[in-house]
Design a protein around this ligand. Sequence first.
Ligand SMILES: [Zn+2]
Ligand SMILES: [Zn+2]
Length: 323
Amino acid sequence: MESDPQTGEGTLWRWLVRRVDSDYFPEGAEAVKRQPDRFEWKRCVPFLFLHLGCLGVAWTGWSWSAVGVAVFLYVIRMFAITGFYHRYFSHRTFRTSRWAQFLFAVWGNLAVQRGALWWASVHRHHHRHSDQEEDVHSPLVSGFWWSHIGWMTSSRNFPTDYGAVKDLAKYPELVFLNRFDMLVPLLMAGVLYGVGAILGANGVPTSGWQMVVWGFFISTVVLLHGTLMINSLAHVFGRKRFATGDDSRNSLFLALITLGEGWHNNHHRFMHAARQGFYWWEIDLTYYGLKLLSWLGVIWDLRPVPAEVYQEAKTRAGLEGAA
Ligand SMILES: [Zn+2]
Ligand SMILES: [Zn+2]
């Protein structure tokens, strides 16, 4: 979004809207994208806020209901990240209706990892330049911390590259959710406070703030680092089945904590498949969830792994066995 020609004489409403509009840059998005890549303290503030919020547990304590909500929110939001932000919006590995697509984008927004269009544009860029100089988050090129979280503090990675997501940017409702990506998370925090307060008032040993600390802060921080580990650790630890030209790996541990994203070498070999565990023994909980949604008729045309990719896996395994 280019800067408004009436800058300086805006109303209070316009001023407020700009503060929460991820597409608003006074100097223009293109100028921001041309800035040098660097670690920036001002963009650390939201992350510091999220992490400091977890310390609230010292005041609120814990309860089974609050921890249960945190775990539940971790699982359903990780599913939204891998099943929708990654396998649907980034790679279009299945099809769905416009309504379901909108709900998937809202569901993904709950994860507090910005909008689907920003997420997909960064991710498509990663696949185009995996572990090369241009890769936004390569542990090989820029080291662990940069690939894990440093890249998100660099202003140049903040604007959405709408040119990379033209297929999604034609839906105004998705663009809206992408611009105002904090609306859904704020709503979630408010609902958590309300639920905790109501439960507390009805004899359940919890409170509004306890629900916010566990359901919003702790769950979101663990979810964030779980997701980011695919950028950092899944290009370092694990086995390589395919020669993909990058350093992506397959790891059962990462697959378990990310509901299937740990089969990252498989994914880099064929990113268009709805499944990332290519065999029944490669546990891919997101794929089972997507299968369920397809049986319910919510999504369809899940793209399979092509026969030649399986053949390639077999041939390479044979070569390794003979070596
Ligand atoms: Zn990767
Ligand atoms: Zn991908």
